[in-house]
Design a protein around this ligand. Structure first.
Ligand SMILES: Cc1cc2nc3c(=O)[nH]c(=O)nc-3n(C[C@H](O)[C@H](O)[C@H](O)COP(=O)(O)OP(=O)(O)OC[C@H]3O[C@@H](n4cnc5c(N)ncnc54)[C@H](O)[C@@H]3O)c2cc1C
Length: 390
């Protein structure tokens, strides 16, 4: 029997993962195993998951699980989003970008959208008819988001938007993009606004290349260009201009925590796969697990993974109760993604040469893990934020 990533740490489940969240995890796991995993090589080759899979995920209730039922969601909490992302990580289809759609894009609409915007957009985000992205990063502004140059100028009942974005997750498929713009460049952060672009309905919107990455091959990551793109002023998120930076700062803790979700799930899968591998593989007349080095390495990794899981579970408990502060969320993002890199690297080493072969899942995990330390705010930026609290 293969080791189950969900049980590899022999820890009790936290209260938030019981009952219906556990059932959602099982359902998401089945969906990812049956619908996504068998086609994952094809998705990696095409460098995106197809639209049909998004619609199927919507029909299965895996989109907008934490959005209220009145807007087409399932009425859950971040625990439900966590269950879905953990299932993705445990099955190993990490490039399916529904985590960003669910726990980053949709919440902006819920928290800052008008009643009319919520009714218009959330039900379509829940079915997968709309695929979400958030466009912050520009060629000249990544870590320093105050340097965003994309300009939105009011012209009657429209915004005229000019600028470009890069590295945008879901960037080829997305037809619902929250764009970080400057509505008043003189005012710096206070002149930043979030504007929704429904790409099927605007002129002047152009997608650039689907960028050639070293990992997360099944996810489309793109450049976007806006040339005199016209968007109705009613697509502004928030009741007035200039709220964008505050909105980003309020939502970033959840974005950072969900990077931690992906990290802990991959850590558990890497451990489970490696434990099975070292029991099977033989050298010098014995199984690799019989070498003391293997046992010590795996003992260390399991210990650190357990510490990581306990910390993660506590962050989710606090987040659901409304009390996860930005500093702790930064710690979760930085520490869990660093640990993910370490665990996956050590697990690959225990696979020997086979670990370097793409046909072994640990090789793909090694490639996919690397970016976790970069996006969502680099780990250096996380340490800056933590440092400011000292
Ligand atoms: C696969 C992928 C998906 C992504 N998805 C999205 C997305 O959906 N939406 C989006 O908006 N963006 C996305 N990004 C962009 C990502 O968030 C940025 O790449 C990241 O924030 C870093 O910005 P940068 O690449 O401009 O690096 P830079 O800001 O140029 O940083 C370069 C280096 O300098 C360090 N550095 C910068 N400032 C400081 C400082 N003050 N102190 C110490 N060190 C510093 C950084 O840590 C880094 O090591 C994605 C990126 C990738 C690779």
């Amino acid at each position: 029997m293969a080791t189950n990533p969900a049980e590899v740490l022999s820890l009790p489940k936290p209260a938030w993962a019981a009952d219906e969240v556990g059932m959602l995890y099982d359902m998401a796991h089945r969906f990812m195993s049956e619908e996504i995993a068998p086609r994952y090589d094809e998705f990696e080759k095409n460098e995106m998951v197809d639209r049909e899979s998004w619609l199927k995920a919507g029909a299965a209730g895996l989109l907008c699980a934490s959005m209220p039922e009145e807007y087409g969601g399932s009425g859950g909490t971040f625990a439900h989003e966590s269950a879905i992302i953990e299932a993705i990580g445990h099955v190993g289809v990490d490039g399916f970008g529904i985590g960003l759609h669910n726990s980053i894009v949709a919440p902006y609409v819920l928290h800052y959208g008008s009643e009319e915007q919520k009714k218009k957009w959330l039900p379509k985000l829940a079915t997968g008819e709309l695929i979400g992205a958030i466009a912050m990063t520009e060629p000249g502004a990544g870590s320093d988001l105050q340097g965003v140059k994309t300009r939105a100028q009011k012209d009657g009942n429209q915004y005229k938007i000019n600028g470009s974005k890069t590295f945008i997750t879901n960037g080829q498929l997305a037809n619902f993009i929250i764009v970080v713009t400057k509505t008043d460049p003189e005012k710096g952060a206070k002149g930043t606004s979030l504007i929704v672009v429904e790409t099927d309905e605007v002129e002047g919107f152009q997608r650039g290349r689907n960028l050639d990455k070293i990992g997360l091959k099944a996810n489309d990551t793109s450049e976007l260009f806006f040339n005199d793109m016209r968007v109705p002023t009613s697509n502004l998120l928030g009741h007035e201009e200039g709220q964008g930076f505050v909105q980003l700062m309020q939502q970033l803790p959840q974005e950072r925590l969900q990077i931690g979700t992906g990290a802990i799930a991959m850590i558990e899968r890497a451990l489970a796969l490696t434990i099975d591998y070292v029991k099977e593989r033989k050298a010098f007349g014995k199984a690799i697990i019989d070498f003391q080095n293997t046992q010590f390495k795996l003992a260390e990794l399991k210990t650190e993974a357990t510490i990581g899981r306990v910390f993660y579970n506590d962050c989710v408990t606090r987040h659901i109760a409304g009390g996860l502060d930005p500093v702790t969320a930064s710690m979760a993002k930085y520490w869990l993604s660093d640990l993910q890199g370490k665990v996956v690297d050590e697990c690959l080493q225990l696979h020997g040469g086979y670990g370097y072969m793409n046909e072994y899942p640990i090789a793909r995990m090694f490639r996919d893990a690397r970016v976790q330390r970069i996006y969502g705010g680099t780990n250096e930026i996380m340490k800056l934020l933590i440092g400011r609290s000292l």
